[in-house]
Design a protein around this ligand. Structure first.
Ligand SMILES: [Zn+2]
Ligand SMILES: [Zn+2]
Length: 120
């Protein structure tokens, strides 16, 4: 009784886990045999380029852009600016105009808080 030839078994035993380098975070992730099977079942030609967290982020970005286009909103922007109060570099979702101070999140909250207190 001849034992199964390990090489031919290897050929039919489908897929093995494959390390892939993520194009976004350059970390290595495993394209599992199960996922490869799934790709083949779906007739997908190209292996994944991104690890799962990066893929999620990318999908979220795309969804945000689509959503913005659907609702006619401007695309979300991020502008680096220096906080007028604590000089921390922060990002704001608008282009700060000249002469108008920009505050980081915590200073902004403090500002609005003191404005409320002053008004009260
Ligand atoms: Zn990644
Ligand atoms: Zn600040």
């Amino acid at each position: 009784m001849a034992a199964a030839d390990p090489e031919s078994v290897g050929e039919v035993s489908e897929f093995t886990d494959q390390p892939i380098r993520c194009v976004d975070c350059h970390g290595e992730f495993v394209w599992t045999a199960g996922e490869q099977q799934f790709y083949r079942d779906k007739s997908l030609q190209n292996p994944p380029k991104r690890c799962k967290p990066c893929k999620k982020l990318k999908n979220a970005r795309l969804a945000a852009i689509e959503n913005a286009q659907a609702t006619g909103q401007r695309r979300h922007i991020e502008v680096s600016a220096e906080c007028a109060s604590c000089s921390a570099v922060t990002t704001v979702p608008f282009f700060p105009s000249q002469g108008r101070p920009v505050y980081c999140r915590s200073c902004y909250i403090k500002q609005t808080d003191s404005a409320h207190n002053a008004a009260a």
